[in-house]
Design a protein around this ligand. Structure first.
Ligand SMILES: C[S@@+](CC[C@H](N)C(=O)[O-])C[C@H]1O[C@@H](n2cnc3c(N)ncnc32)[C@H](O)[C@@H]1O
Length: 344
């Protein structure tokens, strides 16, 4: 049985990690599902949502709602089980700690079912660094206007404020809040560039400069991946120092409008997108590419991306690829490092 299988919300909850109990959520989803089956508080929280489509991922919405209560310090007994807040308690003993929290927060957790999961994964900025470096080398232009469709909270637009440490190379300010180490890619030579403008768009932009917005974003990071949460917290500190504008708009229309704005001849416009293309309507990507191609005679422009191969290979394993215009220049994981570059 694969993760997500199941005819009902409760079955999909139980199966989300496909029986993997190596981490807290793998255990918790089974216990939440068992409680719903015996008519407990989880049944009450899910009431009226039993017919939610699989794509709504109600199980992840509920887990994030519980995580928010833990992150804000309102469930100290339960926090002992959450690695994201330093918890180390035996995950198999979590039920007696979680059940009273569910009972005390039924209304809040029912509201949490309305909030679609959204992640802004800052590890992906290592792909942007690689692609930007390639685009800067190809064009000889080091002033960059950075545009990001599908930006979520826009955290990756802060790529020049992050520090990267790879095998034999490093980049970025030495006092950066966010240090991405383990980038590997021996032989990589990061280019020097200056971001002169940064802006993003998203269908559902995430305002993460407030404490509440930051808590929402953090709550969707799985607590058994505290290193991802640590990166996110560091990037959120960077965002508070350098806020970025993320407009509410669809990708293609927004990119077309931005490219209609004039740019200085010595500025390279980079359209960057990561793990968002798969969610776009079928025509959106083609329309964005057309807008970029139409802009090329008017201004230096490059497209840099970290996206799953399209179409996905039917056999064998694959990783998201780093794209610069029509070229694949490397690969990394869905969460970023390590980076591997195509041998030159
Ligand atoms: C998986 S998240 C990735 C966010 C960010 N790019 C990152 O890598 O962390 C996908 C994002 O794409 C946005 N999105 C989906 N369809 C879109 C569209 N047609 N136009 C703009 N944004 C879209 C979603 O709202 C979501 O924030």
């Amino acid at each position: 049985m694969s993760a997500y299988d199941g005819a009902t919300v409760v079955e999909r909850m139980r199966n989300h990690w496909g029986g993997d109990t190596d981490h807290l959520y793998g255990v918790l989803v089974r216990q939440l599902a068992d409680d719903a089956d015996r008519g407990g508080v989880v049944r009450e929280i899910l009431r009226g949502r039993e017919d939610a489509p699989p794509g709504d991922m109600l199980q992840l919405r509920l887990l994030a709602g519980i995580h928010r209560i833990v992150l804000r310090g309102d469930a100290p007994e339960l926090a002992r089980f959450y690695p994201s807040v330093g918890g180390t308690a035996d995950r198999y003993a979590v039920w007696p700690a979680v059940e009273p929290v569910l009972r005390a927060h039924v209304a809040e957790l029912r509201d949490a079912l309305d909030v679609a999961p959204q992640t802004n994964e800052v590890g992906r900025s290592v792909a942007l660094l690689a692609g930007l470096s390639e685009a800067v080398r190809r064009t000889g232009l080091a002033k960059v206007r950075l545009l990001e469709p599908g930006a979520s909270a826009g955290l990756n637009l802060l790529v020049d404020r992050f520090r990267f440490v790879g095998d034999g190379w490093s980049a970025g300010p030495s006092d950066a809040h966010l240090v991405l180490d383990g980038c590997e890619a021996p032989g990589f030579s990061p280019a020097t560039f200056e971001v002169v403008e940064r802006r993003g768009c998203d269908l559902d932009p995430f305002e993460a400069t407030t404490d509440e917005g930051a808590a929402y974003l953090r709550s969707f990071v799985w607590p058994h991946m505290p290193e991802r949460d640590g990166r996110l917290v560091a990037a959120l500190a960077t965002l508070r120092e350098t806020p970025v504008a993320v407009d509410r708009a669809g990708a293609a229309e927004w990119v077309r409008a931005r490219l209609a704005e004039s740019a200085d001849d010595d500025v390279l416009t980079v359209v960057w997108h990561s793990i968002t293309r798969q969610y776009w309507p079928p025509q959106e990507y083609a329309a964005m590419l057309a807008a970029i191609d139409e802009a090329r005679p008017r201004m230096p422009v490059a497209r840099v991306a970290l996206e799953d191969p399209d179409p996905l290979p039917t056999q064998g394993s694959w990783r998201p690829q780093v794209e610069v215009d029509d070229d694949v220049i490397g690969w990394c994981t869905h969460h970023g490092p390590p980076l591997e570059l195509v041998p030159s």
